[in-house]
Design a protein around this ligand. Sequence first.
Ligand SMILES: [Zn+2]
Length: 236
Amino acid sequence: MTEELFLGDSYVRQFEARVVELSGREVILDRTAFYPGGGGQPPDKGTLGIGPVRASVVDARREGGEVVHVLDNPIPDTVRDLKGELDWKRRYAHMRHHTALHVLSGVIWRNFEAKVTGGQMRVERARMDFSFPGEWTTDVVGEIERLTNEALSEGRPVKIYELPREEALKNPDLIRTQANLVPERVRVIRIVEIEGLDTQADGGTHVANTSEIGQLEITGHKSKGRQNKRIEFVLR
Ligand SMILES: [Zn+2]
């Protein structure tokens, strides 16, 4: 099992690790700060190296309990230890967009009782799909933008912790965001809570406070069927 450093601390951007398995352009380490992708958040990029040996991490994925790093070129199989460094600009952008998506999710539930059905983040933008019961007009979209920016500027702390499955499933917020869909074998659920606004079962990386996000600008919205709506936004 790879120790996933980003689960406990989203701000780890450099780390040292031992090589567990090296085959061609793929490396498995005993610990890593590279997020392997999932939940709408793309895998991290960055570098792995030691001394004169250095390669770019162009992709990462989870395979069983391990994180596989994909390199741009192979490194010698005599290498035992490596230093890793994330492309921090890219990862931090993902963190800001990811937490912004949770704020948006909290706002549209609190104010419109609309449930999120999906989300995706990139370095420059993000989008969210949800099931919106009411009328879908430019005015409503403007109102969502205003309320979300209000919540962002309130400087709400973002807390990450673990709860036993049984306890997590008693929380109505977690039921709403479908924590019950986390596989039964997962006994401890990782929670991302934006104080007073949104609580979700989540494996991604987040900023520590909504004030790090700045302000959001909705750049597109569309209707994908009677209930299914999509919002696209950028951060300012
Ligand atoms: Zn999330």
